[in-house]
Design a protein around this ligand. Sequence first.
Ligand SMILES: [Zn+2]
Length: 184
Amino acid sequence: MNPHIKRLSYQRIGEFEDEFLSQYHTPTTLPIPIEQIAEKKLRLKVFEEMDLKKNYDIDAFLASDLRTIFIDFNLYMNFENRARFTIAHEIGHVILHGKLFQKFDINSVEMLGNMAAKITDEDYRWLEYQVYSFASHVLVPKQSLHDEIKKTHRKNPKDGDAGSIDTSNAGFAGSVSGVGRSNF
Ligand SMILES: [Zn+2]
């Protein structure tokens, strides 16, 4: 196993997300302006590359300068949610695996093979698992999810009768415990 690859638990990755958002996006409002955070706060350049997907079957990658995210032009222009998730994914590599990526020596799509030569498939899967978790934590942070649920809850009783207040209370408790279980 490569010594730079830590087996981070899902919970530990969640802590990285908390740190990340408290540093770069306060107060936490949805949707998280992920591209703005990338460019303004992290000084990353999101660079759209033509036919990255078509020619290489790659959505995006991070260059070893930790400054440039290359993203498929078509994905970026036409699939906003996937593009947001992809950018969050690459930010995850910067935050969690920056030192390792510097060693990969990747400056262009042709150089992605460098990575395969330097880590095992298993290590690669760990890296990917970690950044997928990071991206979902960052784009759907548990704190703002709680806030959204509270907001919805607060609105409901105003225009309802006593009966509907009881119903929404039950729904609220149900939602919160649901959030806890799924570890958002
Ligand atoms: Zn990745």
